[in-house]
Ligand binder design. Structure first.
Ligand code: 13P
Ligand code: 13P
Ligand code: MG
Ligand code: MG
Length: 362
């Protein structure tokens, strides 16, 4: 299962993917389905990010699958975004020539290879106006926190716990850590979501892959601010894994994430149905959609638009309360991100400009 995404242009600033981009991408993937390259697909958007969900038998990091996604993004840019002068046409396509894998080229990728179980429920998440570290808190709660996931206590198949692959995106290294034994070590790292990002989760008893997330940080590739990474995440559910409801439960708390306006602010992550996957107030607040599928022989049965439920109204109201509160801080931290994160924006230029006017304290 491959979920590959990019922002290739948006309708009115950074708000939504133009319906014509979605139509165009569907057509491209329909052709690929007819030739047998992919088994099935679902195209959707999270705000201004175009999401290509595909099933196939070619495994992870497959050049043909990655090329299909890359070509779709490039052609959607040249045939739809540019003629319509959509905002940020080709925004996330940071490199010119395709070299076999879209990782490191701008698009975000979450992929996992597995054998379909007798019943295979999947939840696919996509967020806009935030960074990949936004998944750290919910992933920890889903796979390690018994106050979120009752199955960790109740289900004998989950009782052994899960292991997390944590990536250091600055040093480009990964470490595998076990829950619950290394609880505090995991939290010591992933509490810095700008740097340490959970990439994959496995069930410890048999190494069954349970979750895969995108970890691209565009600013680190480009060396400057080019928009937020707007990550994706795939989680398998039920039967020895967290129930769908346990997976969604982790999003009932609208935790603070980096992103929002100009990718430079902190705000609450608000769970929304597809129809509200559009960023408005201060280009946000950051949003997440969740789509449920049942796989059958690679076919994506669904989606079930999981946050399209009044059960999440309270979370949304809380998110709006937090948004209102923190917005009043304007350009002040902690609403605005810290100086390390501002390095990729105009801050270095401001410091440079003022260089000669700084005086030693006497
Ligand atoms: P049902 O009895 O509705 O199948 O639910 C089982 C369950 O485990 C819910 O989390
Ligand atoms: P995106 O990363 O979603 O394109 O948003 C960029 C931005 O600057 C929003 O204000
Ligand atoms: Mg954009
Ligand atoms: Mg976006």
């Amino acid at each position: 299962m491959s979920l590959i995404k990019a922002d290739v242009g948006s309708l009115a600033g950074h708000s939504i993917v133009h319906p014509k981009l979605i139509e165009f991408s569907k057509e491209k993937l329909r052709e690929a389905k007819e030739t047998g390259l992919i088994i099935d697909f679902f195209v959707f958007n999270a705000g201004d990010d175009l999401e290509l969900l595909m099933t196939h038998t070619k495994g992870e990091d497959n050049p043909e699958i990655h090329k299909l996604a890359w070509d779709t993004f490039v052609e959607a840019t040249s045939k739809v975004s540019r003629p319509l002068k959509l905002y940020g046409a080709g925004q996330d396509l940071l490199k010119e020539a395709f070299s076999g894998n879209v990782r490191g080229m701008g698009p975000g990728v979450a992929e996992m290879e597995f054998e379909e179980r007798p019943s295979e429920p999947i939840v696919v998440f996509a967020a806009d106006k935030t960074e990949p570290g936004a998944w750290n808190l919910p992933l920890f709660r889903i796979f390690a926190d018994p106050f979120n996931t009752a199955g960790l206590v109740i289900d004998p198949k989950m009782h052994g716990g899960f292991k997390f692959e944590v990536m250091d995106v600055i040093e480009n290294k990964t470490v595998i850590l076990n829950a619950p034994e290394e609880f505090y070590d995991i939290l010591a790292l992933i509490g810095t979501p700008s740097r340490y990002i959970i990439r994959r989760v496995w069930r410890k008893s048999d190494n069954l892959i349970a979750a895969a997330a995108s970890v691209t940080r565009l600013s680190l590739i480009a060396g400057k601010y080019v928009g937020k990474d707007d990550p994706v995440l795939i989680i398998r559910a039920q039967h020895g894994l967290p129930a769908v409801g346990e997976i969604l439960e982790a999003f009932a708390f609208p935790h603070m994430v980096a992103g929002w306006m100009r990718g430079s602010h902190v705000g609450p992550l608000m769970p929304v149905p597809l129809k509200y996957a559009k960023c408005t107030r201060f280009d946000g607040p950051p949003r997440v959609v969740a789509l449920g599928f049942q796989l059958h022989d690679g076919i994506l049965e669904g989606p079930n638009d999981l946050f399209d439920d009044p059960a999440f109204d309270y979370t949304r109201n809380t998110a709006q309360f937090i948004a209102e509160y923190i917005r009043r801080h304007g350009p002040f931290m902690p609403h605005r991100l810290g100086p390390e994160e501002m390095e990729y924006t105009t801050l270095p230029a401001v410091l440079k400009k003022l260089e000669d006017r700084f005086r030693e304290v006497t």
